[in-house]
Design a protein around this ligand. Structure first.
Ligand code: OGA
Ligand code: NI
Length: 360
């Protein structure tokens, strides 16, 4: 986790700021010059992968793997169905986020993060007065391993919040394993190649994102452009309101919501492992790129999403198996530990963390 920063100031919720607001305060203005902030971006067709059929030995399994490869190469993300979660369960997951943010501020603040902690209900950490802030409030909770949970930040309102998040976590742990295996297979690597590094006892953080209506979507972003610091991220999008955009070939595309699907994107730590040495870079053909993405705002409607970031244990060094490194396939990145800590420092400054861990 990010180091507690002495000068962290807790900011007023954007949800409160948004009430009676005609123009976002200067600190929330992302638009610079004539640059188009892209509220009318074209829609990208992200492949929908059926995990169910991938696990069978039928010819359709090979087809799904091929689709997965193509989609990762084209935009670094894909949508999964056949994940074993019902519509009504996903509605409940979405519902606990939506209902939490609908509570009055006086109630929500019982689970506010403190200046010393990154977890809980809050928004951007303000590390400098020049930082541009995101038009969003968040609820950020470590969900796995269980002994790292900080229950003082887990809401008990709505009543079923903890129970649903517990169930969702159990399901995401299994899904993470299935997806990591599929990703290995898509590169013709051993099925357990990534799972051995990431899957067992991986760190998971759930983040419920709430984007209040914004009076000027042409000026402010819900989340500024970033790549995730995870190995992989599972995103449950709002089933009514779009907002996510992904950068492909220097152009922003909007990612539509597919009913009952979870959007999976590669994060920096998987990019790191697959390009940490030339050998795997060749194997992966450079396709595991953690995509730059951002969230645009909407003047009429609020939007709630739930992201789960899956990472290797932060106390472990991550690196490729030694036998993948050789004279002809040298190490390209530093050996690192606690990438998420490195990530947060860089994110708040609008920098890419993965640049900071390159050796050359
Ligand atoms: C994130 C993120 C996208 C969304 O939380 O890292 O990119 O649509 N969220 O909420
Ligand atoms: Ni993200």
């Amino acid at each position: 986790m990010a180091e507690a920063h002495e000068s962290v100031v807790l900011l007023k919720p954007v949800q409160e700021l948004a009430v009676d607001c005609n123009t976002p305060p200067q600190r929330y203005i992302h638009k610079r010059g004539d640059e188009d902030i892209g509220v009318n971006s074209p829609v990208i067709d992200v492949a929908v992968i059926d995990l169910d059929s991938m696990q069978s030995s039928s010819p359709s399994a090979e087809q799904e793997l091929e689709k997965l490869r193509t989609s990762l190469a084209s935009c670094g993300c894909f949508q999964v169905i056949g994940h074993g979660m019902t519509d009504s369960f996903l509605d409940q997951v979405h519902g606990i986020g939506r209902d939490f943010f609908a509570l009055p501020w006086s109630e929500k603040r019982k689970w506010s993060r403190t200046a010393e902690d990154t977890e809980g209900y809050g928004n951007d950490s303000e590390l400098s007065e020049h930082q541009i802030l995101d038009w969003t409030d968040r609820l950020y909770l470590t969900t796995n391993p269980e002994d790292q949970r900080k229950y003082q930040f887990w809401p008990q309102n709505p009543e079923n919040f903890r129970e649903i998040l517990q169930e969702y976590t159990e399901k995401i742990i299994l899904l993470n394993q299935v997806v990591l295996k599929a990703l290995s297979k898509s590169l013709n690597l051993q099925e357990n190649c990534f799972l051995d590094q990431y899957g067992e006892n991986s760190n998971m953080v759930a983040r419920f994102n709430y984007y209040p209506p914004c009076p000027r979507p042409d000026l402010s972003l819900g989340v500024k452009q970033h790549a995730d610091g995870s190995a992989i991220t599972f995103l449950l999008q709002d089933n009514q309101v779009d907002g996510l955009q992904v950068l492909k070939d220097d152009q922003w595309f909007s990612v539509p919501t597919v009913p009952n699907a979870l959007l999976v994107n590669v994060g920096d730590q998987l990019e790191y492992v697959t390009c940490v040495c030339a050998y795997v870079q060749i194997m992966s053909n450079g396709i595991f790129k953690s995509p730059l993405h951002r969230v645009v705002t909407n003047s009429e409607r609020e939007r709630t999403t739930a992201a789960v970031f899956c990472c290797p244990d932060s106390s472990r060094f991550i690196e490729p198996a030694e036998d993948l490194i050789s004279e002809t396939s040298p190490r390209l990145y530093k050996k690192i530990k606690n990438y998420v800590g490195i990530f947060f420092e860089n994110y708040q400054q609008g920098k890419r963390a993965i640049e900071a861990v390159k050796l050359y």
